[in-house]
Structures are given as structure tokens and as C-alpha cells.
Write a protein that binds this ligand. Sequence first.
Ligand SMILES: [Zn+2]
Length: 329
Amino acid sequence: MDNIGYPWLQAYWDKLSRYQQQDRLPSALMLVGDKALGLSAFATAFSQRTICLSVTTSGMACGVCESCLLFNAGNYPDFFHIEPEEGKKSIKIDVIRELIESLALSNQYAKPRMVIIDPADAMLHQASNSLLKTLEEPSDNTCLVLIAEKASKISATIRSRCQLITVKDIDLSKAKLWLEAEGCNQAEQYLNLSNHLPLLAYDLWKKEALAVRVGIFRDFMAMLNGQLDPLLFAEKCIGLKNLPALKWIMSWLTDAVKVESNVKNLHLINPDLKDDLKVLVEKLHLKNIHDLLDKLAQLINLESSQLNQQLLLEDFAIECYSLTIKRKV
Ligand SMILES: [Zn+2]
């Protein structure tokens, strides 16, 4: 992490910095985007820039002034970072009430007071209602930054009081350089695997997901070839824990459909597996692949449910395998 949070967000940093320089920082902002874009660190870094007494010529917090020192020690009085308590998912009304009481007092420093609510959709109904009053009558010299993965998760009344900034066009070349500087030598592939979410790419790289994914693909093919018991295949998928095995299988089947359709300029998710995908289509019929894709979508929806994931995966694996047998008859 550098001092703007992460380098791929430079354009958004510049935009907010301009507001601040022109003294028109909104009283409420909403940053919308996946958490793997690093919005939390970005909002914190920008808060520090806002309170810093001697911003550098390149537009960063200096890190050494009195305010920066207090900020870095977690003791700056005009900065509030509201998050769910550790181990909890929601932000309670008490916390928001306490915040509102603090905001009723004047700033201790001349710089704008900064408040981050992260993630904003963690506020339960009551909490979000009481925040609404603050948004309707903003405190002087205060900027609230709400962070949300999806704007639709935030009530329309809150949303309408915030200036929305949707973070989607990140600088991929900077994300690639950042990953490389961290030591990843397959930065581009990992960015693709993560759907261009740099912190997810980082996480996948740490888990050596590319190699694991190829391994699971080989196992999937072995199962279709009758060389691996479907129950063992299911067990291997379950063993991957936090890696998205189901989404990977889905991407292979989606690509297989594209390969079979024979169009030019295929935009495959897995170009490295193209030749094997042809074998996959031979093993499973195109119509069956569509059915399997529907099943997978259902399974992915059930992933966070209480249902026994291993049983569901075993059923799916057995179904894939039985389709290859039917074709032999
Ligand atoms: Zn400073």
C-alpha cells in the first residue's frame, strides 16, 4: 500500500483532491465498488490528505506534520472510521448515535472533519435512519464517506443525499506493476482470473490459484474420461476451501460452449485451455452443457446456504460423469 491507498485508483484520487483544492468537498460521498478494489484504504488515505497541514507537491499527506502524526497514531480527533465490531457484520445504532453526538460538537482543527462508514450497507435500518438526519442537515466542515459494494444495497433516501462515485475504471497497468512489485510474475493472468480486482488477484496469487485451477481442470477431465471417481473429484473441490472451484467449472463450460459455436475472435475466459475444451465438448453434449451451467448457477447461489456443500457437489459430479456414460451407449 502506498500513500494514496493503491496506485490503480489514482484517477479517483485526483478527482477528490481537486474538490478539496477548490474547497468544494461534498458533505457526503458514496464510493461504490468491490472491496477488492481497496476502497477502504483509499478513503483512509484521502482522509489523511484532507487533514494534513502540509500536503506534498504531488498531492499526498506529508506524514510528518502534527495532524499526520496524530492520524497515524489513531488519535486524530476529527477523524471517525465506523466499521462493524470485530467478528460482527452490522453497524449498530449506538455507534451511529455516538457519532452524531460527536458531530454536533465543533471541529477541533480547522481542516474538514472526515467520517468513513465502511461498509455503509452494514448499517441496520435504525442506524441508517438516524444517519439520514445527519445527511439532511450536514455538520459544518465535515465530509462523510460511505463505502458500498453496490449502490442498490443502500436505501434510496441515503443515496440521494450523497454524491455517488462508482469506481470501475481502474488503471490496470498500475495494478499489474503493483502486483509485480509485490513479487507476482503472472500479474496479468491473476488480474484476469480475478475479474480485474487487484486485491483479489493478490489473494489468489498467494494461494497459487492458477496452478491449483489447472490441477482441478485435469481432475475434471480425468473424471469425464472415467479415470477419476466423481466422489473423489467432489472431495478435491471441497478441499479447495476459499478458492472458487464452482466458478472455475462454470468458466470452462461457458468457454466450451463458445469453442463449439465456432465463431471467430472468441473471448475465452481460459484461453490457455482451448484445446482441452474441445475434448470437453466431445465428452458432454452441447445441450447437456447448457443444463449443467444452469445447475452450477443454482449451486453457486446455494454456496452460502446451510445445505451440505459436499453432497451437492457430489450430485453434480455424478451427473457430469453419467452424461459421459450415456453418450457411449
Ligand atoms: Zn501531514
